[in-house]
Design a protein around this ligand. Structure first.
Ligand SMILES: [Zn+2]
Length: 218
C-alpha cells in the first residue's frame, strides 16, 4: 500500500467516524473523500459500511480522472461521481464531506439557502450556502449541479437531500459541515424570533479572508 494513501485513509476514517458521532448522518448515509496530494488518487469511504465498524482498510482509493478503483476490496460510495467532480473543479480543495444533517437538510428541502448570519458560518463558507438544482443521488448531474452552486465557497446544499462541505483537508471539511448545521439551526430559530439580519458582503469577505490566512499559518 502506498504510504501517502495509507496516511490519508487514516484521516478519512477518523473524519467519517467523527461525522457519525456528531450526528451529522444516520446509519450508513453520508460519505467522505480526500485527495492524496501529488498522486492523482482520491481515498473515499465505501458504500454501505457502518461508520462504527469502519476501518482504514475498508476505504477505497480511486483515480481522480477516471474514477477507476486502484486500491481496496469494497465498492466505493454511491456518490463517488459528485466527490470527483468537486475535487476536479477545485484544486484548492483536498477534503469533501457529504452529510444529511437535519436543519441544513430542512433548508435543502425548502430550497432555501442559509444566509451568512453568524461569523463562523461566514468564515468557513464565504457567503450564503446556496442550494444546487435537484438531481437524483449518484448521478453525474448531481455532481455538476453541486459544482455550479458551490462556486469558490466552502459548502453547498443539495436540493431535497443534504449538505456538502469542502476544505483544504478532510478535518476542515468536517468543521465546515458542523458549522453549516449549527448555522442552519441558528437561522431557523432566528426566523422564529424575528427577521435574521445578514452580515454585509464586505464583512463576509473580510471574515473569510482573515480566516483563510489564519488557517494557512497552522
Ligand atoms: Zn446523500
Amino acid at each position: 500500500m502506498n504510504e501517502r494513501v495509507g496516511e490519508i485513509r487514516e484521516q478519512v476514517v477518523e473524519a467519517a467516524k467523527e461525522m457519525y458521532e456528531r450526528g451529522l448522518v444516520a446509519s450508513v448515509w453520508g460519505n467522505v473523500s480526500a485527495r492524496v496530494p501529488d498522486t492523482g488518487l482520491v481515498v473515499v469511504t465505501p458504500s454501505g459500511v457502518d461508520y462504527r465498524i469502519m476501518q482504514a482498510e475498508d476505504l477505497v482509493a480511486v483515480n481522480l480522472e477516471s474514477g477507476e478503483v486502484v486500491e481496496g476490496k469494497l465498492k466505493p460510495t454511491s456518490e463517488l461521481q459528485m466527490h470527483l467532480a468537486i475535487l476536479r473543479a477545485r484544486p484548492d480543495v483536498n477534503g469533501v464531506m457529504h452529510t444529511h444533517s437535519i436543519y441544513a437538510s430542512a433548508c435543502s428541502a425548502a430550497h432555501k439557502e442559509i444566509p451568512p448570519i453568524v461569523e463562523d458560518l461566514a468564515q468557513v463558507v464565504g457567503g450564503p450556502v446556496s442550494v444546487a438544482r435537484y438531481a437524483l443521488p449518484g448521478t453525474a448531474e448531481l455532481g455538476a449541479n453541486a459544482v455550479r452552486a458551490l462556486t469558490k465557497k466552502g459548502a453547498v446544499l443539495l436540493a431535497n437531500h443534504g449538505v456538502v462541505g469542502v476544505g483544504p483537508d478532510i478535518m476542515e471539511a468536517l468543521r465546515v459541515c458542523t458549522i453549516v448545521e449549527k448555522g442552519a439551526q441558528i437561522y431557523a430559530i432566528a426566523k422564529m424570533i424575528g427577521s435574521p439580519v445578514l452580515l454585509s458582503h464586505d464583512d463576509v469577505e473580510y471574515l473569510r479572508e482573515t480566516y483563510r490566512d489564519h488557517y494557512g499559518q497552522k
